[in-house]
Design a protein around this ligand. Structure first.
Ligand code: URP
Ligand code: ZN
Ligand code: ZN
Ligand code: ZN
Length: 470
């Protein structure tokens, strides 16, 4: 007797699409086939796609950004929103405070997350202070404990590392087999441009985009892949926004380097013109790197199609708009420089790619699964426990109705922000039922799960980045 049987659906993995029933026992997929026998609970998935639950490997929850600024989503609301968007695992960041041990940050983030998640979660570390103690003792021990990836920044005054620090952190990754993710923007160039804009009194949200032009991202991307080459370590270039940064990734790959590229919905769907709205509305679209133009959108779609990008993540980093602790904080109303960076998108990530990518014929269903689940699991050491429909894998499943049509309205979403950057976008296809660890947690659009259902997942080392050679 199975616990759950999903019948008559079309199953898709990163490599195959086939009609099959999926049987679940004790939270794990135990059989895939036909006439599998009785189950305590049966779902009829006729006319539906049965896909691995989405894995969003780039999410910010309860992460401080500046004094007085509060992130809209905590672990409860952020993972609830993720779940409704067809995700079963999210990877938020655990931010090291400068001068403080990483363990201290982990204790704090675990206290926030544990018992408060609707999806499974696993943390990346943000290394803001790569001291000898951190790189020599703390990080190697944490990698052994299953914290196998860390993000470093080339921008943001309080987070940026210099080249020596980047090299030292990458060397720690080389020694420990961890994976480094890099935010590539040249902080000094941005500072210079901010100075010029402020001197001209050009302080509206749009200036956020003009002070972070493509050259700033291209230069930093080139430097990041070059420093990784010097150290001889794989690297993930996160949230790539344009063709020139993509070309740096492709050039490095042609030199034999293992470089993993990530892009996000904002670079496919938004442009810098969105930052130009009336009454400071452009603040809703302030994120870094900024959205570019239609040519960059087209380039990023090409990257999705051709494999420049292995990962498609949300970079969900939500701040309320009409809120003194959010986008319209008192200083943020005076200058773009004080508008918190980041936009919501964990719930709309998958429907946008499904609708704009699969339904419009840009990518097939296998590529969709790879970009949204399988590659995240492989890159970040969760595979094959997660990221695929296979015997022995966790029963984390999203059942999609390709016939469902919806218009994105923030009022229908489940995050704690007060807007969606994609308000009004027409979507074809939606994940209507979600199964987490064998339990139905969203049933035809109705929440049946709870915030204690999500578990913390310790990770192994990356298999996608297992070698510096492609
Ligand atoms: O603007 C953004 N992307 N904020 C989130 C932090 C980051 O850089 O990923
Ligand atoms: Zn970033
Ligand atoms: Zn981010
Ligand atoms: Zn508030």
């Amino acid at each position: 007797m199975f616990d759950l049987l999903i019948r008559n659906g079309t199953v898709a993995t990163a490599s195959d699409v086939f009609p099959a029933d999926v049987a679940v026992k004790d939270g794990v997929i135990v059989q895939i086939g036909r006439d599998l026998g009785p189950a305590a609970e049966t779902i009829d998935a006729s006319g539906r796609y049965v896909l691995p639950g989405g894995i969003d490997s780039h999410v910010h929850l309860s992460q401080p950004q500046a004094p007085g600024i509060v992130m809209a989503d905590d672990f409860e609301s952020g993972t609830r929103s993720a779940l409704f968007g067809g995700n079963t695992t999210v990877l938020p960041f655990c931010l090291q405070e400068k001068g403080r041990p990483l363990r201290e940050a982990l204790t704090a983030y675990h206290a926030l997350a544990d018992g408060n998640c609707y999806t499974d979660v696993s943390f990346h570390l943000i290394v803001s202070d790569p001291s000898e103690a951190v790189l020599g003792q703390e990080l190697p021990a944490l990698v052994e404990d299953g914290y196998t990836s860390f993000k470093i920044f080339m921008t943001y005054e309080d987070l940026r590392l210099n080249d020596a620090e980047i090299l030292a952190t990458m060397d720690c990754a080389r020694r420990t087999g961890a994976l480094v993710m890099v935010h590539c923007e040249n902080e000094d160039a941005i500072r210079y441009l901010i100075g010029r804009h402020e001197a001209d009194g050009d302080v509206a949200p749009k200036a956020h985009a003009t002070t972070r032009p493509i050259a700033v991202e291209r230069e930093a991307t080139h430097r990041a892949v070059s420093l990784a080459e010097v150290v001889d370590v794989p690297v993930v270039i996160v949230h790539v926004s344009n063709r020139e940064a993509m070309e740096e990734i492709e050039r490095a790959r042609r030199r034999g380097r293992k470089v993993i590229g990530e892009t996000c919905p904002q670079y496919l769907m938004l442009t810098a013109d969105d930052l130009d709205g009336m009454d400071w509305e452009g603040a809703k679209f302030v994120c870094s790197p900024p959205p570019r133009d239609s040519a960059s959108q087209e380039a990023c779609w090409e990257g999705i199609e051709r494999g420049v990008f292995d990962l498609y993540s949300s970079d969900h980093c939500p701040f309320r708009y009409d809120d003194p602790h959010g986008k319209l904080n008192p200083k943020g109303r005076e200058s773009f420089r004080h508008i918190p960076n980041g936009i919501p998108g964990v719930e709309t990530r998958l429907p946008i790619l499904f609708s704009e990518g699969v339904m419009k014929g840009r990518i097939d269903l296998c590529r969709f699964v790879a970009l949204t689940a399988t590659n995240h699991a492989k890159t970040y050491g969760l595979y094959p426990k997660k990221g695929t429909i296979a015997i022995g894998a966790d029963a984390d499943i999203a059942i999609w109705n390709p016939q469902a049509t919806r218009t994105i309205r923030h009022a229908d979403l489940h995050d704690a922000s007060d807007y969606s950057p994609y308000e009004g976008l027409e979507i074809a296809g939606w994940p209507t039922t979600v199964v987490l660890g064998g339990a139905v947690v969203v049933d035809n659009g109705v929440l049946t799960g709870h915030a204690r259902a999500g578990r913390y997942v310790s990770r192994g080392r990356s298999s996608l980045a297992g070698s510096t050679r492609p």
